[in-house]
Design a protein around this ligand. Structure first.
Ligand SMILES: Nc1ncnc2c1ncn2[C@@H]1O[C@H](COP(=O)(O)OP(=O)(O)OP(=O)(O)O)[C@@H](O)[C@H]1O
Length: 358
């Protein structure tokens, strides 16, 4: 996930719904306390950003496999076996959300490995962004790569970094959705607006720090490495191509005129570079997990409830009902978000302290 997003006022925050008890909607890695308190008969969700609590353990971005009993617990909780086997640590302490509890509204973006949808959480009414990662052949390396992103996102807690709020999948599914707060703007879009100037505190010098820099992975994600190698290869090929062309046709006056054109204004150039980079990235993408069906096959939008407007009936067939995620139960008994599955402290996920009535 290469994006940092800007949030439009706090409209979405005001819309955030409340769950029965304190749950870790930051899926476990956030440095904030999140709690629900009753106020005037109404429950409100509050975040304590000032005080940081010590934790005995944090998810480790260098992945390790879960023990057999943790794997068993994860599968029982609704995680697909392929995910738990390869990326057990990334989902440690969480339960998956069911796909049919979201209503896809629109396709809003596409990343290197994903399609992103605006969706409504039908249990809370909240608008979210769903990043769909589909793993063709469930290649362990692709899964591990995504797990690494999840682990890092779980650790990040910063006002300027979009939060991972949950994960959606099911035992029978071969896809995974990351649930994020919905952001009205993205950084690339804002950067192209000359009226908007970013200040340093808008980035990572703002406290609380997103995470302790020393805890970040030592090496860049393989995706970045791949991108770097692809860029270098593309540059090399371009240079080789130019050398060939120069060798064959020494002089192409019209081309030289073209090269001499004035540079367009900075913002247009920035956007063009962004677009070009995206094109190169997508055109050269090699990982199996980067292949997606065309939008018309990738989960239909705009259909009535209960049909394909719910998420991907193809890739998310109804599961055998699992108690924690079964819609036939009253809402109050549902773990609606990816939240604690087992005692996180005992299996390496961050420990969350319950706080009441602060
Ligand atoms: N939380 C969000 N709210 C609103 N739009 C989003 C959100 N997350 C992603 N998007 C949109 O989807 C696009 C793709 O996002 P995504 O995170 O998949 O890709 P990326 O970070 O640009 O690239 P990569 O796949 O390499 O990480 C973004 O550029 C943005 O337009």
């Amino acid at each position: 996930m290469g994006c940092v997003f800007g949030k439009e006022s706090s409209v979405e925050e005001r819309r955030e719904e409340v769950r029965e008890e304190k749950v870790d909607v930051g899926v476990g890695g956030s440095g904030r306390e999140v709690e629900n308190v009753k106020e005037g008969g109404e429950e409100k969700r509050i975040r304590h950003s000032g005080e940081r609590r010590r934790r005995s353990s944090k998810p480790n971005p260098r992945l390790s496999n879960p023990s057999n009993n943790v794997h068993g617990e994860q599968v029982a909780a609704g995680w697909p076996s392929w995910l738990s086997k390869v990326a057990g640590e990334a989902i440690n302490g969480l339960v998956p959300r069911r796909a049919d509890t979201f209503e896809k509204l629109d396709k809003i973006g596409q990343g290197t490995y994903s399609n992103v949808y605006k969706a409504r959480d039908t249990l809370t009414g909240k608008i979210v962004a769903l990043k769909k990662v589909r793993f063709d052949n469930l290649e362990p390396e692709s899964v591990k790569f995504m797990a690494r992103e999840i682990l890092i996102l779980r650790r990040l807690d910063h006002p300027n970094v979009v939060k991972l709020e949950g994960l959606v999948t099911s035992r029978m599914s071969c896809s995974l959705y990351l649930v994020f707060e919905y952001m009205a703007h993205d950084l690339a879009g804002l950067a192209t607006n000359p009226a908007i100037k970013f200040t340093e505190p808008q980035f990572f010098t703002t406290k609380p720090y997103a995470c302790d820099p020393s805890s970040l992975p030592k090496y860049p994600p393989s995706k970045e490495m791949d991108a770097k190698l692809r860029d270098e290869e593309a540059r090399r090929l371009r240079a080789a191509g130019r050398a060939n062309v120069d060798g064959v046709k020494k002089s192409r006056p019209r081309e030289r005129v073209g090269r001499g054109l004035p540079i367009p204004d900075a913002n247009a150039e920035l956007q063009a570079n962004i677009d070009r980079r995206r094109l190169i990235t997508h055109a050269n993408a090699k990982s199996k997990s980067e292949k997606f069906p065309p939008p018309h096959q990738d989960g239909a939008l705009g259909y009535p409830l209960g049909s394909s407007q719910h998420m991907d009936p193809i890739f998310d067939p109804p599961d055998i009902p699992f108690s924690s995620t079964n819609l036939s139960q009253p809402k109050s008994n549902i773990h609606t978000w990816s939240g604690p599955l087992v005692d996180p402290g005992s299996v390496g996920a961050p420990r969350r302290k319950k706080k009441h009535g602060r």
